[in-house]
Design a protein around this ligand. Structure first.
Ligand SMILES: CC(C)(COP(=O)(O)OP(=O)(O)OC[C@H]1O[C@@H](n2cnc3c(N)ncnc32)[C@H](O)[C@@H]1OP(=O)(O)O)[C@@H](O)C(=O)NCCC(=O)NCCS
Length: 192
């Protein structure tokens, strides 16, 4: 979306600048997704080669909105890209939803960066795509991810828990109460 009607090109927070990925991010996409620590809970997301990272980059950018690269707001030689955060359209229980994603360089963990970035992304989506529900899929033992999802205002919705590529995903969302006919989560149809 070249004219940026959705105000998506740059999101600013106190410490961060979230920007649309460019090809310059491919090396960092590869480095972080080739790091077993960064993919410990989601080994299916790991990338084997830089060509896989290039492919991932193209998939991130295909809907006119999607993922952002998390930069420090103030250009600072000590910090490069912190990681990635964003939204992906997918289906859950036959609804099109926005899946909230975050993955940071392990060197950046533990400083509230994911919470700050994910909160900006959820605020952006609530404003610009209000008809789409936001979900987060969290592996049950990924406490950091569950904490971040909770801090953006999403809450565990056990009735939506779903089998993912790496096993059971706990689903976090807002205002999605079970209906009488709702069956346990159907398999997710798209991955990051
Ligand atoms: C999930 C992730 C993005 C969190 O990034 P982060 O910037 O460290 O997150 P934040 O600092 O905003 O918040 C994490 C909170 O969880 C807490 N936490 C992390 N691991 C924890 C653990 N094992 N037990 C208890 N609390 C834990 C942190 O202490 C922090 O809380 P605090 O602010 O009260 O100290 C990061 O760990 C990551 O990139 N993980 C790999 C990718 C991933 O799993 N993504 C999610 C699934 S796709």
């Amino acid at each position: 979306m070249g004219d940026d009607q959705l105000g998506h090109n740059e999101l600013l927070t106190t410490r961060l600048a979230l920007r649309r990925p460019t090809r310059a991010a491919i090396d960092t996409i590869y480095r972080i997704h080739h790091d077993p620590a960064a993919c410990a809970h989601n080994p299916a997301d790991m990338l084997a080669t830089r060509a896989d990272a290039e492919d991932r980059y193209h998939r991130w950018d295909q809907h006119g909105f999607g993922y952002w690269v998390i930069h420090p707001r103030e250009a600072d030689a000590q910090h490069g890209i912190f990681g990635f955060c964003g939204l992906k359209l997918m289906h859950l229980q036959d609804q099109q939803v926005l899946n909230l994603f975050y993955r940071l360089d392990p060197a950046a963990w533990g400083n509230g960066i994911a919470t700050e970035a994910a909160t900006a992304v959820v605020t952006w989506a609530t404003t610009n795509l209000p008809d789409r529900r936001i979900i987060a899929r969290v592996r049950p033992d990924n406490i950091a991810s569950a904490t971040v999802a909770g801090r953006t205002g999403l809450r565990r919705a056990e009735h939506l828990d779903t089998a993912g590529e790496d096993g059971l995903d706990w689903i976090f969302t807002k205002n999605w109460t079970p209906t009488r006919t709702q069956s346990p989560g159907s398999p997710i149809r798209a991955r990051d």
